[in-house]
Design a binder for this molecule. Structure first.
Ligand SMILES: Cc1cc2nc3c(=O)[nH]c(=O)nc-3n(C[C@H](O)[C@H](O)[C@H](O)COP(=O)(O)O)c2cc1C
Length: 171
């Protein structure tokens, strides 16, 4: 898919077909996250690729907005070391967002739908994924082929008016 088409076609996909995503495609999606930039290249992240159905089902309970993970073909958990201070926390969250979006675009390019979930119950998420206590499971990305409709450019995205958001030269 053309980059511009992938940017326009990405949307949160929360219902997935049963078929698995090939391991090579999951690796490519994870590689996009691995390649993502980070402040001072410090790479405060680990990515855990999950395909086990029982693990996915359990992960779907760690946040009220995680229900879609139960039916995903796979999920990638973004794990971050517990930040030492507020500044580190802010920058780590920015970096995690970049890695997330890189993976979502790589998924879209492969026709794979992706859907964010936050994580509420850290203790449960850590236990399900075997994550050490000094790390947090920051976000989950559900992955799978869309059950509703294929990924094609969204013609009228649900966004504030372009000219309200984008200003030229000054506020
Ligand atoms: C930081 C962040 C957290 C999000 N958490 C959730 C979530 O827990 N569950 C969910 O279903 N969607 C979640 N979303 C998806 C947003 O609701 C979605 O991106 C937004 O409504 C725009 O829709 P779109 O992605 O389809 O363009 C999250 C998105 C972001 C950026």
């Amino acid at each position: 898919m053309e980059t511009w088409d992938a940017i326009r076609a990405r949307r949160n996909v929360r219902t997935y077909r049963d078929d698995p995503v090939p391991a090579a495609d999951l690796d490519r999606i994870a590689e996009a996250g691995w390649r993502a930039p980070s402040a001072s290249n410090r790479q405060h992240r680990n990515l855990i690729v999950v395909t086990d159905r029982e693990q996915l089902r359990r992960l779907s309970t760690v946040w009220q907005g995680a229900g879609h993970i139960a039916g995903a073909a796979a999920a990638i958990a973004l794990v971050v070391p517990r930040p030492a201070d507020e500044r580190t926390k802010v920058i780590d969250q920015y970096d995690l967002g970049q890695a997330t979006y890189a993976m979502m675009l790589a998924a879209t390019d492969l026709g794979v739908g992706s859907g964010h979930s936050a994580v509420g119950d850290q203790a449960a998420a850590r236990e399900i994924l075997g994550v050490p206590d000094d790390h947090d499971v920051a976000f989950l990305i559900g992955l799978g082929y869309p059950a509703d409709r294929p990924l094609t450019p969204v013609l009228k995205p649900d966004r504030l008016p372009f000219d309200e958001v984008v200003r030229r030269g000054s506020w």
